[in-house]
Design a protein around this ligand. Structure first.
Ligand SMILES: Cc1cc2nc3c(=O)[nH]c(=O)nc-3n(C[C@H](O)[C@H](O)[C@H](O)COP(=O)(O)OP(=O)(O)OC[C@H]3O[C@@H](n4cnc5c(N)ncnc54)[C@H](O)[C@@H]3O)c2cc1C
Length: 287
């Protein structure tokens, strides 16, 4: 196994594209190294992207936030302005693992590990985040919901990797939230994860919304009908019921020891409703 730690995007792309066998990006290593130690993966080449400045920065670009793909959860939490603008995204990233894991784990790795239960992904999808990708044909942007195709399957092509995520500009009356259900109090994989991002007008009516759902299908879902169920409402009881029903209708979960199909579907509705109520409270607070 060869380890490389290039300092430029071009060098990283050239290494990844030119590898003979399996080539893997290394960010925090909290998935990759575990999988290598468990003999699930045996890459010929590992390309550590942490020396590439663009992957390690958090910057504000005219109200939009660009987060490097190799920024850790611990670093996100330290950024008070980002946390104020996107509390749901930061809290989702901060649910990943323990304090030790937080010092390493990144949102790029969380997405590219290709788990339908990845915690930061429903929040990124709800936020409308776009992944910026570098590859042999140059740079391109992919909405986060289109990066993962199924368990361990990504839409990235050979030599491509995620450089950063761009979160849209935050106006007045916006708020987001992420909630997950796990059987233990911490250090567990989501049985369901729900991210909601919404905007309210001066009268408290929801004018825009996005809902991301994790661990209820083969990939993390953007649930359009759930958003449509609450736009135009002030999230009254009837709208909450519509939201629950739409979230549940999108679920195609597996049945396993951690949760039955019925349980996951039920919890998806409940968590989506609760996350929407938190997002609404946050949106009202910054009108
Ligand atoms: C004890 C423990 C607890 C955990 N708890 C949780 C949890 O609660 N919730 C949760 O969601 N996950 C959890 N995880 C899984 C893991 O920590 C997260 O998925 C983490 O975000 C992975 O990030 P990383 O930077 O460590 O990725 P890495 O391990 O470096 O990479 C993961 C995969 O993504 C690829 N990759 C990494 N970065 C990029 C990039 N920029 N572009 C393209 N490909 C890339 C790698 O090649 C690899 O295949 C846990 C893991 C452990 C060991």
């Amino acid at each position: 196994m060869r380890y490389e730690a290039p300092e430029s995007l071009d060098a990283a792309v050239a290494l990844l594209a030119g590898a003979n066998g399996d080539a893997r990006v290394l960010a925090g290593g909290t998935d990759l190294l575990v999988q290598m130690r468990s003999d699930i993966l045996d890459p010929e080449l590992i390309v550590d992207i942490k020396k590439i400045a663009e992957t390690r920065r958090v910057t504000e670009e005219g109200g939009r936030w660009r987060i490097g793909a190799a920024v850790t959860g611990a670093e996100l939490k330290e950024n008070a302005r980002l946390k104020a603008a996107w509390p749901g995204v930061v809290e989702a990233a901060n649910l990943i693992g323990s304090t030790q894991i937080q010092g390493r784990a990144t949102m790029g790795g969380n997405l590219c590990n290709g788990s339908p239960a990845a915690d930061s992904v429903p929040a990124l999808i709800a936020a409308g985040a776009v992944a910026n990708v570098a590859g042999p044909k140059g740079r391109r942007d992919i909405p986060v919901e289109d990066v993962m195709l199924g368990p361990r399957k990504l839409s990235l092509t050979r030599g491509e990797f995620i450089v950063s995520f761009l979160l849209p500009a935050r106006g007045k009356g916006t708020g987001d939230a992420y909630l997950r259900f796990i059987p233990r109090t911490e250090m567990d994989i989501a049985v369901v994860g729900a991210g909601v991002n919404l905007t309210v007008d001066g009268a408290g009516v929801i004018t825009a919304a996005r809902v991301g759902l994790g661990a209820v299908a083969a990939r993390v879902l953007l649930v359009g009908p759930a958003a449509q169920a609450i736009v135009g409402s002030s999230l009254d009881e009837a709208a909450q019921r519509r939201l629950e029903a739409a979230a549940q209708a999108a679920c195609q979960p597996i049945d396993d020891k951690r949760g039955t199909i019925e349980f996951r579907t039920e919890v998806a509705g409940v968590l989506t409703r609760r996350a929407a109520l938190i997002a609404l409270e946050r949106a009202r607070a910054n009108r």
